[in-house]
Design a protein. Structure first.
Ligand code: PHE
Length: 381
């Protein structure tokens, strides 16, 4: 009886010690960085692909000794592809986990939501791939390692007008989405400036799944190309219905939101020959991209998406800033991030400009044989 009791007491003691360890939130003495991503919900591949890229960067960093003798751990939170959860998760990471910096999101609407919290809490946030102009505007603590939609829309318009030599464009976009409508605007403005004509311009509601009426209107206006700056899940449906309506897939031009293996799995055949602007393609001819491609293939046994490459770069740029910062505090990390210059990223060499946007090249990708193939690159201005 007595032995049994002391055994129980010993067990209780053990449990208490480990609980106390867990209670301080960070028993391993790692540096904690937060990440909020769409790991489930409508844009799940955005989140999971980005996480794969971040994890590769973390693994490489820790294998090389971490930061100031400490290992870095990224705490992931799933916002389920909603803006409301995005704000809540950022708040949790800051208040509960006391992270020193945050990575995320992909969709601009969710980075705008989470960025507001990070900015008012004075914790630096680096978004891998949110391109809407508003994301970093007036927010000292919000940075991005990608170009903006102002730049991306211009490049798409120039590509259509000057390289494809098309004069009549249709524009079809998700009306209430910040990313989609912002990119549509920038394309439209530049295309007209270059002497092109927008012969049909339609906004659909996010969440619609029957695009047939729009598609017949688009076709009726007789455009040479149709610019559709939306996300891959809607594009799969549009491409399939366009095929039924007799619109050739090669007429479509898109933006970085098309980047997902689900696009080519769902509508690769329907979109054969289509072009879109992007951050990366596996066959992009930059030395750092090749190094990244090799290590990514070794770890995951498949090619990285552009999102994975952007996730990798966001984490690598943040870690580089943390190494340069005299102390690993949110304020010092913010200053070091702002000073990022000529960083050799997997998605090109980048420098942070005065508005916390990355200066770097934009890639034009073509869908060929259900694969994303590098077509050309343009330096964003
Ligand atoms: N740029 C998109 C946005 O801001 C997100 C995205 C980036 C999607 C890259 C796919 C690939 O909303």
């Amino acid at each position: 009886m007595r032995t049994r009791r002391s055994f129980t007491l010993a067990l209780l003691g053990l449990a208490a010690t480990s609980l106390a360890g867990a209670g301080c939130g960070n028993k391993s003495n790692d540096i904690q960085v937060g990440a909020f991503l769409s790991l489930s919900g409508s844009d799940a591949t955005f989140g999971t692909d980005t996480r794969d890229g971040i994890e590769l960067a973390v693994e490489q960093l820790n294998a090389e000794g971490g930061i100031k003798g400490k290992k870095v751990k990224v705490l992931y939170e799933d916002d389920k592809s909603t803006t409301q959860e995005a704000s809540q998760k950022v708040r949790q990471l800051i208040d509960r986990d006391k992270v020193v910096a945050i990575l995320g999101e992909v969709a601009s609407s969710r980075t705008i939501a989470g960025g507001l919290i990070a900015n008012t809490s004075k914790v630096p946030l680096v978004t891998p791939s949110s391109t809407a102009v508003e994301v970093t505007q007036g927010r000292e603590y919000v940075f991005r390692v990608c170009f903006t939609d102002e730049q991306q829309g211009k490049v798409a318009a120039r590509f259509v007008r000057n390289d494809l030599k098309k004069a009549k464009a249709g524009v079809f976009y998700a009306a209430q989405d910040t990313y989609s409508s912002g990119l549509a605007k920038s394309f439209r403005d530049e295309f007209k400036k270059l002497g092109g004509e927008v012969v049909v311009d339609k906004g659909y509601q996010k969440g619609e799944s029957n695009f047939r009426t729009y598609l017949s209107e688009l076709k009726g206006a007789g455009p040479d190309v149709i610019f559709v700056p939306n996300y891959y899940n809607e594009m799969v449906l549009i491409a399939r219905q366009a095929k039924e309506a007799g619109i050739a897939g090669s007429m479509f031009v898109g933006g970085d939101g098309w980047d997902s293996s689900n696009l080519v799995e769902g509508a690769g055949k329907e979109l054969e020959g289509a072009y879109f602007t992007n951050h990366y393609a596996p066959d992009v001819p930059w030395p750092n991209s090749k190094k990244f491609l090799e290590s990514f293939r070794t770890k995951y046994k498949h090619d990285p998406s552009s999102l994975a490459a952007q996730g990798y770069d966001a984490a690598a740029v943040l870690f580089d800033a943390m190494k340069r910062a005299p102390e690993v505090t949110p304020e010092e990390i913010r200053k070091a991030l702002a000073a990022t210059k000529d960083f050799p990223g997997a998605t090109g060499t980048l420098s942070m400009d005065a508005n916390r946007n990355a200066n770097k090249p934009i890639v034009v990708v073509q869908i060929k044989d259900k694969k994303f193939t590098y077509a050309s690159q343009v330096m964003a201005e």
